[in-house]
Design a protein around this ligand. Structure first.
Ligand code: ZN
Length: 207
């Protein structure tokens, strides 16, 4: 079997897409990285992709080649190295290397980061609203409960906006959120909460 055939058997489109930073819902429909996609129009099947927006189509090697601006041969080499598949018959490669997608446009990477932070933060706010709700109306309100009440709608709106706005609108909103430190502060909250969670888990272990 050639390296091309091996890769096509061993690596599904979903695996490659997710490895290279795309978020793929169970439906397999995702925003196309090959054109300015407003709504998810790229369908990832097990062994081929097709974009209803720009018509691009192909297998996992074509996909990787387009994503990184490589030839098919180079894309196959990259997939082999990233997924720990032996590129030449009889040659052993050691494990998957975690390479960053270098050719991916920075703004799309920023968008992935923003979406991830917003989704996780929205989830956290939802939890806070329940976890820190005042037991009686007379109780002093916990800051996290207040934050949840104040910010939930805005974060939900931002996420919705990033799903439906044009590429230009998305890019300028994301740039603003990064520039004014919003994203960094939400990431901070999430990191703090994970610490808190670990601390509480330890306490229950001891108790
Ligand atoms: Zn497309």
């Amino acid at each position: 079997m050639s390296v091309f055939e091996t890769i096509k058997v061993d690596v599904t489109l979903r695996q490659a897409a997710e490895h290279y930073g795309l978020r793929v819902p169970p439906s397999g429909m995702t925003c196309c990285p090959f054109h300015k996609d407003r709504h998810p129009s790229l369908k990832l099947n097990e062994d081929y992709f097709f974009c209803f927006g720009c018509g691009s189509a192909g297998d996992v090697i074509d996909f990787t080649a387009r994503l990184f601006g490589l030839s098919c041969y180079e894309a196959a080499q990259k997939l082999a190295s990233d997924f720990g598949i032996s590129a030449e018959p009889g040659q052993v490669t050691t494990g998957a290397s975690k390479s960053k997608p270098p050719q991916w446009h920075q703004s799309r990477l920023d968008e992935l980061r923003c979406r991830r932070v917003l989704t996780d933060y929205l989830h956290l706010l939802k939890e806070w609203k329940i976890r820190y709700a005042p037991p009686t109306p007379e109780d002093i309100l916990d800051d996290r409960f207040v934050a949840s009440c104040q910010q939930y709608d805005r974060i939900a709106y931002l996420l919705d906006f990033l799903t439906h706005a044009s590429v230009e609108e998305r890019d300028s909103t994301i740039a603003a959120l990064l520039a004014d430190g919003s994203i960094a502060s939400w990431e901070n909250c999430l990191a703090e909460d994970r610490k808190e969670e670990r601390r509480r888990a330890k306490e229950t272990e001891i108790a």
